[in-house]
Design a protein around this ligand. Sequence first.
Ligand code: COA
Length: 486
Amino acid sequence: MTLFGGGTILKIMKRVFIRDVSLSDFGKLKTSLIGIIQETFEKLNMDSDDVDGVFIGLMNPEGFTGVGNIASYITDKLGIYGKPAVRIETASSTGAAVFYSAYAAVKAGLYKNVLVIGAEKMTSLSTHEVTGLISQVIDPYERKTGLTMPALAAIVANRFRYESRIRPSKFQNLLAEVAIKNHFYGSKNPTAHFKKEINREKYFSSKYISEPLRLFDCSPVSDGAAAIVLSSEKGGVEIIGIGQGTDRQSLSKRETITSFDATIKAATQAYQMAGIAPESIDFAEIHDAFTPFEILGLLDTGLLKRSEIENFYLSKEGYHNGRLPVNISGGLKSRGHPLGASGLAQIAEAFKIMTDKYPPEITPEKKDVCLTQSVGGLATNNFVTILRLRGAVLKPAKKDTEEFFSKPPRFKSDSNLRVYSHTRLYSTAEGVESPLDLVICEHNYKKFFARYSDRDKPRIKSRVKITKKENGIVYVKQLRRFSIKG
Ligand code: COA
């Protein structure tokens, strides 16, 4: 066998299987970061002598817990020092990124068995401090304006609602449906952060974090860890497709903010590698760090069409007995979102569901193929993974991958400065006033973020003017062409 010639190289590439998985409890835990990882590692069914390499995903252990040089620290504490170990980081998709890197090493034949760990300990700090640390993933210029992750997600959500021509009250109902579904499944998941169901009343009485996002639209600040053993030989679930995409760090430099190109790129690669179309997916774990992101994630992976959104949620098609079960682990919303663990936890949950290790009353009937999607930062570094139960036979895709995705509608921009989207942010980072009205403005297809100060709330398309620029922050207010006297 020669190493030259693409076809031959592909033939010597290994198949990659998930051998075992383990999850810690997610939530506000008393245990230290290392303690959580240790407990998760010890629950794995494997002999550590079998491990050829260790891949560790942690987004910010330096900031959250003050621990550095983490890869060798962890292998030391786990008693597997001497093995090759690296730490991987891609913001909130870190868990999926570390899985991707470990997969590549096994696929290439570098290692036979690898240990993959994803973890974060976030709750030692206050919400203000955590908000400040998480905001570091945002473009530094945009962050200056006071933007946080929930604020950006709210701005995306408002624009998405506008472009989809959904009335605000109807849109809030849809978000409520996502939250109620994911909290329902969290209540069934023994390791979830929130094990309580919520109803519409509870949802609608919860506080706004950043309008239109309420408390129950946001993933929480959580501690937790996930671990997976990948193998080129043993394992009940095979990774048949995987992809990664990146995008401009700055949201304002993107053509659209209501569809994430990084997900579309990742999904395209994953479907092409698997040779299947979205209709072959039996269930999905989507990055619902904020409830509207579940909807966007389904669109950007081709699992849902724009015209289907309302019916999908109002007819409960995303439940375990529906057309496409989504986030039946509780998702990031209810299972919790320890940043470095979440992407890996999605895959660990999928493995449990596919191999009958899940509560039978919520296990879907069809569970041979699962798609997981993970979002890094504000969709700057995203991953899609497709898993197949070993031995399951799949129908090959008939269409071109490009046809799977329903593109967002295009809107005209003109030379007038107009509000493109907006939010009122209540949960600001430390040292930033609250509430804070934030807008993204557009003219001639160019966008920028600004603080908004006016007695009237901003509306999409309304005209604004710049009032001042101070310390790198732009301030705008409504443009009134006629002043009403008397
Ligand atoms: N969903 C549901 N309940 C939540 C919650 C959430 N996201 N966050 C906190 N709670 C609950 C708490 O358990 C607590 O309940 P209790 O009174 O019964 O004990 C109550 O709400 C108040 O909790 P607290 O921690 O004081 O809330 P907070 O206002 O400080 O924080 C958020 C709430 C939404 C601001 C915070 O969870 C957050 O910042 N989330 C987003 C994190 C993020 O950006 N992650 C990265 C995404 S990529």
